[in-house]
Write a protein that binds this ligand. Sequence first.
Ligand code: G3H
Ligand code: 13P
Ligand code: ZN
Length: 339
Amino acid sequence: MPLATLRQVLDEAAKGGYGVGAFNVNNMEQLQGIVSGAQEVQAPVIVQASRGAIAYAGPQYLRNLVLAAVESAPEIPIVLHLDHGDKPETCLMAIELGFTSVMMDGSLLADGKTPSDYDYNVAVTREVAEAAHAQGVSVEGELGTLGGIEDGHGSGQVHLTDPDQAVDFVEQTGVDALAVAIGTSHGAYKFTQKPTGEVLAMHLIEEIHQKLPDTHMVMHGSSSVPQSLVDRINAAGGKLEATFGVPVEEIQQGIRHGVRKVNVDTDGRLAITAALRETLNASPKEFDPRAFFRPAREAMKQVVIERLTQFGAAGHAGDYEVLPLEEMAKRYAGERVGV
Ligand code: G3H
Ligand code: 13P
Ligand code: ZN
């Protein structure tokens, strides 16, 4: 099975009324945890790499690790997606590398910090969509900005997505998926108390879905930051502060209203950190890295199993045949001439 495109995987998710987890990858153990988790529950899965991840792993390692994952899990639709592309050149580089989906995050300027103006966002996103679609590759755009700046993504200010502008944005850019800003932020420190539906502006998701029923929405900053993981990390010598993430019930409500891609990075990081700290503490005489990485990989797998199940994607891996990029490119070409 070839790598799947985001467009096909989300179209299928929309038909089935479920959401697909998009998990960040930086190394082999994370990737193995993600893919074995998806296999365990027979769910499609989105593997996403940030610019930082590509720099960390090295582009060739990353590409070939993902190709190895596809080979070892041929029954699972796996998307390779660029997370937060900062400018068109980065997206084109990822396409060249073999990514089947790219995010052009034009909500911020190329510095990844300064909120852009609307015309800039439309222009760079449309430029990427035209180039990507010609090769069958899918595109995610973002309208509005997330809060949080500590991970290098975000302006520190929150600009919630305007539903009317979203309609214009999708029409002008032709994106396959739209990341909406509803009050979440990246990283572990999202909220100082459990957020309600109002804090999260869930009503915007419902409004956008009403206006754009065929557009797949993406929720960034969707880690739930389980208290149990924070407690385990701190019990094993960590010093995380009190914090709350996005409750899974809120994500499930979003999925009922058109959210199809749910971005989760921090929960995987927390699970890996908890497992590593515990194993290192429990085995002070151990020096075989496999003794530490094996439980870390298993911890990542358990996060993926839990989230894919909660998002309703479990059991859907075999619903469809993955289409190759050439077939997707033909479809986009057909759309352009109004077929
Ligand atoms: O969007 C942020 C993701 O969590 C990726 O973070 O840039 O540290 O790899 P990163
Ligand atoms: P979290 O930090 O909540 O996991 O969000 C990840 C994300 O949105 C990646 O784009
Ligand atoms: Zn994000």
